[in-house]
Design a protein around this ligand. Structure first.
Ligand SMILES: Nc1nc2c(ncn2[C@@H]2O[C@H](COP(=O)(O)OP(=O)(O)OP(=O)(O)O)[C@@H](O)[C@H]2O)c(=O)[nH]1
Ligand SMILES: [Mg+2]
Length: 678
């Protein structure tokens, strides 16, 4: 701990020492905390227009004007209660000794709800800056805020921001430095702002006096007394358990219970509602003072946004649009991918000819360097990267516009039959890009059961890598009709899996509770940056593996080692699935990364002087793609599933999916043969 900002409540006061300032970004979900975090630290937290993206705290740092800043991006939460995991993660961190300064990020267009959290934070008396973000959105609605008045009322620094444009973000750091250097800093007296009604205040005063008789409780909890007694009244589990741990406290607990009952009887409502409505009264007074309404000029634009919102959640057009969005995504991805892939293939062929005519093509070193490493490199570019980049681009646009919660809403009913609610659709759509972050995103589900089912379903969604295999093989040689057929099979398996898990896992599905934020024109910079970051990750992580495997494969071919492995696997590959014997090793490589199955097939065919159409029959192309689609999530996904649930569950899922893939692959192989299709 390094910063000297005094925490007025019961914590150590720190002496200025090493110019290190620890900042936590806290606020409601979807207000722009991660945008600010990324701007400040240059890291790449997920950004998008739907609540609940950040699920664990993320740390980053930067140097600014001679100071070292540690910045922590927290999951968005609505209150400082401890009902959900995100609330616990955020609250624990905010009150920990690691935080010198909170930056409370507020969405200017949602002041009422955001200030509810702010009012709770203020009770913690931790040094704080209020950052009012999304000012551009507020101004678009022809509204503004009186920041001077706001700062006067809160007696804290208030900074208006447009974080997506980087506007004034660095002011946060400048103000933090000012606070850091202010040796006389004390948290302002906000008793006028935070006052409740008389009968509550009287009780809080009595309880606070009683609480002060128990210094142990104060020390153990680390919270200020007033916060503690409010939470005690609210029956907050964590605080109650701290109090119950301390001896000789019956008097306190009994008084709290009595006061709670008195208040509930008096108001005829439960205590949370009573306290919340008191807070909202205060908030409304603040908003009345600071919100400035301008003319009605922008109404037509708002109407357009509302109209789009209505249309995309409509009970008929909504589904039509969802279908168009999904099909459009594929069409866009593969048109661009095929075009660029073709160009790269031609370049590689021309270069290969040049290399082979210049050097002896049978010379092992040339085979390893050019056919192995070069083939791997160009194969990854033309077979994978050209599809992955446009795909990520669309996914980012869908994320940032706010479309995903609408899709969740539309699919809610259908998803219930699979034992989960509509929110699962969000990781599932993200899963089309990559299963790894998508499975991690299943944390947004409320219960363990829903999380497990969502993970199983998401891991079956064909990711960009699988799609490149399907398109590069079946799409390219057999046409889009057969691709559609494979997708139908894939989604039937998703349905089947959901139904099975829903039936056999105990418990039942909860209802969809999700805030729908207004649509927003996607931010160009955010989209490009995020697409670049995701693609870069692919280039850095996958490309070296593909090149190495290209070399490895070439060596296996040169030394004739492929055969024994393939022979061991042949009862499955050759007999049961009807595939050429060489596919055995490729399917194993595919567990590392799915696109490798195709890349290796292409390399192998090229090596034999063939094309894929010479290597595989149409039935084999379909069976091979089907098995690749279903047989097991890739290695990275299995690890993420294990991290989110347990190794046992990850292995169960893998085993189940391998069994389903082999079963279906075999059925199709024999079915096609028996019915003489192709
Ligand atoms: N127009 C506008 N959009 C913004 C601004 N700041 C953030 N956004 C958008 O708001 C959305 C939410 O931003 P995030 O940074 O992901 O929000 P967050 O608070 O980290 O959200 P969670 O992690 O879900 O709690 C994204 O679509 C951003 O592009 C802003 O100043 N103006
Ligand atoms: Mg975030």
């Amino acid at each position: 701990m390094s910063c000297h900002l005094p925490k007025t409540h019961n914590k150590k006061n720190y002496e200025k020492s090493d110019n290190i300032i620890n900042i936590a970004l806290a606020g409601n979900p979807n207000v722009g905390k991660s945008v600010i975090f990324n701007q400040l630290t240059g890291l790449s937290q997920t950004i998008g227009n739907w609540p609940g993206k950040t699920i664990e705290r993320m740390e980053g740092s930067l140097e600014f004007l001679g100071y070292h800043f540690n910045i922590v991006d927290l999951p968005g939460i609505y209150s400082l209660s401890t009902y959900s995991l995100e609330e616990i993660v955020s609250r624990d961190y905010i009150v920990s000794d690691n935080v010198d300064l909170i930056v409370n990020v507020i969405d200017a267009t949602n002041l009422e709800r955001n200030l509810f959290f702010t009012f709770q934070l203020l009770e913690l008396k931790i040094p704080m800056i209020i950052a009012i973000n999304q000012m551009d959105m507020l101004q678009k609605r022809n509204r503004d805020l009186d920041f001077n008045k706001l700062a006067q009322m809160f007696k804290l620094p208030v900074i208006p921001l447009v974080a997506v444009h980087g506007k004034r973000v660095h002011e946060i750091l400048e103000v933090a430095i000012e606070l850091y250097n202010n040796k006389d800093y004390t948290f302002p007296d906000l008793s006028l702002l935070l006052t409740f009604g008389k009968e509550i205040e009287n009780k809080l005063a009595i309880l606070t006096d009683k609480l002060l008789e128990y210094p142990d409780i104060l020390r153990k909890s680390g919270y200020p007394p007033r916060f503690l007694v409010i939470k005690l009244l609210e029956n907050d589990e964590e605080i109650i358990s701290i109090v119950e741990d301390i001896k000789y406290n019956r008097d306190l607990i009994e008084t709290v219970d009595l006061f709670r009952r008195n208040l509930e009887d008096f108001h005829g409502e439960d205590i949370q509602t009573i306290i919340s409505s008191e807070i909202y009264n205060n908030i409304n007074k603040v908003i009345e003072e600071v919100l400035i309404e301008k003319s009605q000029k922008e109404r037509t634009k708002m109407n357009l946004v509302n109209w789009i919102d209505h249309l995309t959640t409509h009970s008929f057009f909504g589904y039509l649009i969802l279908l168009i969005v999904l099909l459009g995504t594929y069409f866009f991805t593969f048109t661009i991918g095929d075009f660029l892939g073709g160009i790269i293939d031609e370049i590689y062929s021309a270069l290969t000819e040049l290399v082979h005519t210049t050097f002896d093509e049978n010379y092992p070193l040339i085979q390893i360097i050019w056919d192995g490493a070069g083939g791997g490199f160009f194969g990854a570019l033309s077979g994978v990267l050209v599809y992955v980049v446009p795909f990520f681009l669309i996914i980012e646009i869908l994320q940032d516009s706010g479309y995903l919660p609408r899709a969740a809403f539309l699919m809610d009913r259908a998803m219930h039959s699979l034992g989960v609610h509509g929110k699962t659709v969000i990781p599932m759509i993200l899963g089309f890009g990559c299963n790894v972050p998508a499975c991690a995103g299943c944390r947004i589900m409320e219960t363990e059961r829903e999380k497990k089912i969502s993970i199983a379903l998401t891991s079956l969604v064909p990711c960009a890598a699988v799609m490149t295999v399907v398109m590069g093989l079946v799409g390219r040689y057999l046409g889009l009709g057969w691709v559609g057929f494979l997708f139908i099979i894939n989604f039937s398996v998703v349905l089947l899996m959901g139904r099975i898990l829903n039936k056999f896992m105990s418990g039942r599905c909860t209802e969809l509770i999700m805030e729908m934020h207004e649509y927003r024109a996607p931010n160009f910079e955010v989209i490009i940056k995020q697409t670049w970051l995701r693609s870069k990750e692919f280039v850095y992580k996958a490309l070296p593996i593909i090149i190495l495997l290209g070399i490895g494969l070439e060596i296996l071919v040169i030394f004739n080692i492929l055969l024994p492995i393939n022979i061991i696997l042949s009862p499955i590959t050759v007999f049961w699935l009807g595939l050429p014997i060489v596919t055995g090793v490729f399917l194993i490589y595919g567990i590392l990364r799915k696109e490798l199955t195709l890349v290796l097939l292409v390399l192998f065919a090229e090596n034999m002087g063939m094309t894929l159409i010479d290597l595989l029959t149409p039935i084999q192309m379909i069976t091979f793609s089907l098995v690749t689609m279903l047989y097991v999530p890739c290695f990275a996904t299995i690890i993420i599933i294990a991290k989110q649930t347990s190794w046992k569950y990850a292995l169960q899922i893998s085993f189940l999916e391998i069994s389903i893939a082999l079963l279906i692959g075999g059925i199709f192989h024999f079915g096609f043969a028996i019915f003489g299709i192709f």
